[in-house]
Design a protein around this ligand. Sequence first.
Ligand SMILES: Cc1cc2nc3c(=O)[nH]c(=O)nc-3n(C[C@H](O)[C@H](O)[C@H](O)COP(=O)(O)OP(=O)(O)OC[C@H]3O[C@@H](n4cnc5c(N)ncnc54)[C@H](O)[C@@H]3O)c2cc1C
Length: 459
Amino acid sequence: MSLTETDVSDAFRDLAGRVAGSVVTPSDPEWDTVRRAWNLAFDQHPDVVVVPAGPADVAAALAFAGETGRTVVPQGTGHLAAPLGDLAGSVLVNTSALRGVEVDADARVVRAGAGCVWADVTSALAPHGLAALAGSSPDVGISGYLLGGGYSWLAREHGLGCTSVIALDVVTADGAQRHVTAEDDAELFWALRGGGGNTAIVTAITMRVLPLATIYAGMLLFPLERAGEVVRAYEHWTRGLTEAATTCVRLLRVPPLPDVPEPLRGRAFVGVNGAIDLPEAEAAELLAGLRALGPELDTFATMPASALGVINMDPPTPVPAIGDGTILDDLPEDAIERLLAAAGPDAQTPLLAVDLRNLGGAAGRPAPGGGAVDHLPGRFLVYAVGIVPDPALAPAVSAAVDAVREALAPWAAERDYANFRETSVPAARLWPADALDRLRAVKAAYDPQGVIRTAHPLS
Ligand SMILES: Cc1cc2nc3c(=O)[nH]c(=O)nc-3n(C[C@H](O)[C@H](O)[C@H](O)COP(=O)(O)OP(=O)(O)OC[C@H]3O[C@@H](n4cnc5c(N)ncnc54)[C@H](O)[C@@H]3O)c2cc1C
């Protein structure tokens, strides 16, 4: 063993002695498990992984990184692993053990560990008839989602998820543990709600939740050949639509996998899915125009709010995927034609899905006391994704994702939504200039050495 390797082993051993959770190195049997991102297309190789048991372990990881000239990469699930790039020279802080959930049903508040996924939170809230502004997928992490914004099936009615956050327990780069609120470390509180995890490592999040036991939600599916008709009808339907409805139109090519239900397996669809928070009769009346088109499958019904995690049919387990997103200011006829040319019934595309979620409502307005991102511009949030079971397929899937973004570029909004950008982009695409200046000032104050490294840095 060379002197350098001995030094490295000693340093890792020293770190392990300072951590109550675990410190995992490339020679440990758990290495492949703890370094793995949810998105299996991105093979992460940090120098070492710390799985903290609490905030003190996060402080130890930060101190170690500072002492050894490394960066610290906080990660809950690795849904947004794609833009991180090469992790050489980094300590990956895998927060997956920070999973406690405390519900204060009377106050309608929940405090959840930073490593929680949405299923942890929604299942704890459901017995109390409460719901959070949760993502479409039960295994998306609450931290990346809320720090980046958070577009839920309730977003047009209640705003972005980050606007429901009332406190964050964090460890800053100097190792200090802070309870950050609108009163304490107010600038940091502002920065973390929409600015990503650039300014501190979060260990727990406290958020307001809603009294919502059931909701009218589901999906309509039509054969993909009807994409033009359905997308046009949907675009028209969303004009002036009540804020109680948060929905999506999607072009979907279901893979021929054995665990996919037989009626969907290997087939291609255009679908409309989402939630309408109105009494059932009113919601059904609102949906009548789209239903009149005669879907092949119609699952819209009153369901438990905790079941909102299934209506997008997001993969329930880690997958290798390449995806990316954009926001559209509008979806005129030209844009629909270009969308269909790129991913419609006649397109030869390896994409699994192209989703266009309807924006606006409360998610389109600044929120009182909001953070670095408290609303999104535009009318539609687009996300195109393909599965990459074999790395050899990556160039084709990547090109197909780019083709959708390029086809729709003439209608792209001035900004993108960080959580749906899975490539590295200039920070100016994600934050308005004044917010970016303010975020950089907070970063300079709380992490002057730039030890914390995230999916979307402020540079
Ligand atoms: C299948 C799928 C469905 C999705 N559905 C939605 C949806 O409905 N609505 C929506 O808005 N988005 C959605 N997204 C996007 C999702 O919000 C982002 O990928 C988000 O970043 C995931 O958060 P995570 O913690 O799971 O990911 P991670 O990759 O673990 O984290 C992403 C980034 O968040 C930051 N971060 C994470 N944990 C911490 C921490 N403890 N401290 C500081 N920073 C931290 C870091 O910058 C990290 O790089 C979806 C993504 C996928 C793949």
